[in-house]
Design a binder for this molecule. Structure first.
Ligand code: S2G
Ligand code: ZN
Length: 468
């Protein structure tokens, strides 16, 4: 019997019949990335029921040299959770809320908790866990932390990394690091948790976390403004930020094509304006103080912008359900784009002040490169993160379009990095951007990452081939 077979048998004994999947059809969903662009293979899908089982499985894999692709909800977009042989280890069954300390404003959750459930647990305690992204109904907090997820509230609350106080991690030799401290001040040595947040499972497996909670919003106003170009949208952002300060919780932008795709493919999405507009800004103000005059602030900002011709139209949601309708347009773009053929995505960031310049430059370049290409630009304007996604020309061959991914990645990533931006703002590296990491990160950074990887995972069993 091969060493691998012996290891797999031992793993099956550790987790028991409920804890493993070997049927090809049952394993299939674990082997493909969200958009079906990355496929993998594995010998076994392992579903441990406890940290102790995970630790023992990792110890066996370390001894047997069996690679582990740790997975949460498998909603990633860069192939980070797709296995390349070895086993998939899903933390889905570790989905308990272990503790919630309202006075300390912290919640301790296991990695398999779905993000929406963490948000709900906080809400039931009269508090807010602010991480919020399109896949929140299925993504799991372990994956959110492993990829340092961003989403729509980064402007006000930061990335996943900024929301974590403590971690529990199973290291590459099976040791459990129990670092679930719930302290906002703990300045004793290296900040080790930040090694594992954003490491995409390449240094260890996050099994639980202590997360920060915040006062729940008692007042919330949402508006959609229309503008002729991104310079105007940027001007509106400046006005809103100056007027509302930290009450401005989200500021998203989307182009006309996004509105068209959303309304074409999602029956629940409706353009609130009579006329088409080149760009839209979705803004949300919240406050923990009930009765805070957020609507007045919004009306003041929007009427001044309308008066100055910076904004061409605007609607302030008159109800929670209308606010949800406005958000739906923004959140359905990713799904809608799938119906428009092949897409080449870019998840870049530049200084907020340079978003209009970046989008104009990138659009001119890609349209010169391939007439008929359809730029689908939207994203988190408030934190400079643009999803500069490209849909194939109508009627073109999807595979031929995707074959040009490298070429368009180069154009778009070179421009963003050349503007002091990043080629990967929130989605991470996975396998998709591994080469770009070496191309764009300073050699000293890549070398440091490689040294950390060698130190923490000397047998290279933790998600090998991802990130580095
Ligand atoms: C978003 C989703 C991925 C994409 O909607 O904010 O992160 O580029 C994106 O479609
Ligand atoms: Zn995004």
């Amino acid at each position: 019997m091969s060493a691998t077979q012996a290891t797999l048998d031992a793993i099956r004994a550790v987790v028991g019949p409920q804890g493993w999947i070997a049927e090809a059809a049952d394993m299939a969903p674990y082997l493909v990335e969200e958009r079906g662009l990355h496929f993998g293979s594995c010998a076994l899908v392992v579903r441990p029921a406890s940290v102790a089982e995970i630790a023992e499985v990792v110890r066996l894999c370390a001894a047997g040299g069996v690679p582990i692709a740790a997975q949460g909800g498998n909603t990633g977009l860069v192939g980070g959770g797709v296995p390349d042989g070895g086993i998939v280890l899903t933390t889905a069954r570790l989905n308990r809320v272990r503790a919630l300390d309202a006075l300390n404003h912290t919640i301790t959750v296991e990695s398999g908790c779905v993000l929406a459930d963490v948000q709900k647990a906080a809400e039931e305690a009269g508090l807010l866990f602010p991480l919020s992204l399109g896949s929140e109904g299925s993504c799991q907090i372990g994956g959110n932390l492993s990829t340092n997820a961003g989403g729509v509230a980064v402007l006000r609350y930061g990335n996943a990394r900024d929301l974590v106080l403590g971690l529990e991690v199973v290291l590459a030799d099976g040791t459990v690091w129990e670092g679930l401290r719930a302290l906002r001040k703990d300045n004793a040595g290296f900040e080790l948790k930040h090694l594992f947040i954003g490491a995409e499972g390449t240094l260890g497996i996050i099994t639980a976390a202590v997360l920060k909670l915040f006062p729940a919003p008692k007042a919330r106003e949402t508006a959609l403004a229309a503008a002729d170009d991104l310079v105007a949208v940027l001007g509106l952002f400046a006005r809103a930020r100056a007027a509302a300060g930290d009450s401005l919780t989200a500021f998203e932008m989307m182009s006309r094509r996004c509105m068209e795709f959303a309304c074409r493919h999602d029956k629940g999405a409706r353009d609130p304006f009579a006329a088409p507009h080149a760009y839209y800004a979705l803004m949300e103000l919240t406050s923990p103080r009930p009765g805070e005059p957020l609507r007045d602030a919004l009306e003041t900002v929007l009427s001044a912008a309308l008066e100055d011709g910076e904004v061409t139209d605007a609607v302030i949601a008159a109800s929670t359900s209308q606010a949800r309708d406005l958000w739906r347009i923004r959140e359905t773009i990713t799904e809608a784009q799938k119906h428009e053929g092949a897409s080449i995505k870019h998840d870049v960031s530049v200084p907020v002040s340079r978003v209009p310049e970046f989008v104009a430059g990138a659009t001119a370049s890609v349209e010169a490169e391939l007439p008929g290409i359809r730029v689908v630009d939207f994203g988190h304007m408030g934190d400079g993160n643009v999803h500069f996604n490209l849909s194939q020309p109508e009627g073109a061959d999807g595979a031929a379009f995707l074959a040009q991914r490298e070429r368009f990645n180069r154009i778009v990533h070179d421009l963003a990095v050349g503007m002091g931006g990043s080629f990967s703002a929130e989605h991470g590296i996975g396998t998709l951007k591994r080469d770009d990491l070496v191309r764009y990160k300073p050699a000293v950074e890549v070398d440091l990452m490689r040294r950390l990887k060698a130190a923490l995972d000397p047998n290279d069993i933790m998600n090998p081939g991802k990130v580095l």
